[in-house]
Design a protein around this ligand. Sequence first.
Ligand code: Q9C
Ligand code: ZN
Length: 372
Amino acid sequence: MQVVYSPAHLGHDVSVETYMGSPVPANEVAERAERIRSALESDGGFPISGPTAHGLEPITAVHEPGLVRFLEEAWSAVRSQGIERPFLSADTYPNRSMFEGMSDDAIRDIVREPRHIGGRAGFWGLDSAAPLVAGTYVAALAAVDVALTAVDLVLGGERAVYGLCRPPGHHAARSMYGGYCFFNNAAIAADSIARSTGERVAVLDVDFHHGNGTQQIFWRRGDVRYVSIHADPDRQYPYFLGRADETGEGEGSGENLNIPLQAGATNGDYLDSLDRALEAIAAAPGSVIVVSLGFDTYGLDPIGDFALTTDVYHEIGKRTAALRRRLVILQEGGYHRPSLGENARAWLRGAEGRAFDPLPANGFGPGGTVTG
Ligand code: Q9C
Ligand code: ZN
């Protein structure tokens, strides 16, 4: 299977993020993508190529131009405003209750992007878990190019292509970044496929977290069906979206399917949900699926609470490919660094119909279960 990768992600790296106001070791680090790249290189069956530039048009087809401008300017504004910080994170977020009692018209007239970068980051940001540094904008642009190059290859005749996107994308909404995400790579890919083929497109999101950004972007659209299996937002990020009763509105009514799962969800629980998700995708026409692929469902993930093992990723890839649609597979989350390469290899080999064939002596025992 062809793989698309760009080294530009290396410029977006942090050692610390903030969680509930305190500094903690960063989860979404450059080592993640390098682990996956090196595992796929060792496999020998995954030729890697660089992305081609697609410009800003496919991005602004999905994102508010003001968000793009903010991300482009943010780091130089941090510097020119004399703010000495290792990364940018917001000072104030416009909580919706700040405007309680004001009409929609008044809010539109009065509330605007401020000049201070700590306020601007709050205006465009969801949370404090998407640290922005000098190389973030270039890395985020490259991740979109990786996704769109994977789209080109698939529309050019490949059955399945893997885009090693970093930073990830599925928490980024039309006018918002957050959750380690800046541009929504999968949504930009799906929108681009829908526009260029005139066909309907499905997004299958198997990251541990609900892809609130992708849901928001396609909420009212009838041409992109969003199906996601994720941790119940009652107990996990992003908390405010991802419940089963969110099904879309207008033309998008019935096109959004959320399958929330309990803590400790097992391989069996997950495969049952996957079968439901795949059934929902098979029920609508279309020949391409965009997969938002996360490995934070893994049992040892430091921020997830599911119990999946490496062997089940092979099975998930295999069942997804059994729909016999073309696959644009894009990397989202997954934070247990030692297992990321093997989990990605397993998924992608399953999707290609190759044997599981785990590497020996990788610290993960037969069947991918943890031995020590
Ligand atoms: N204690 C993706 O997987 N909250 N984003 C982290 C850690 C943010 C996850 C809390 C999680 C964002 C793409
Ligand atoms: Zn995630």
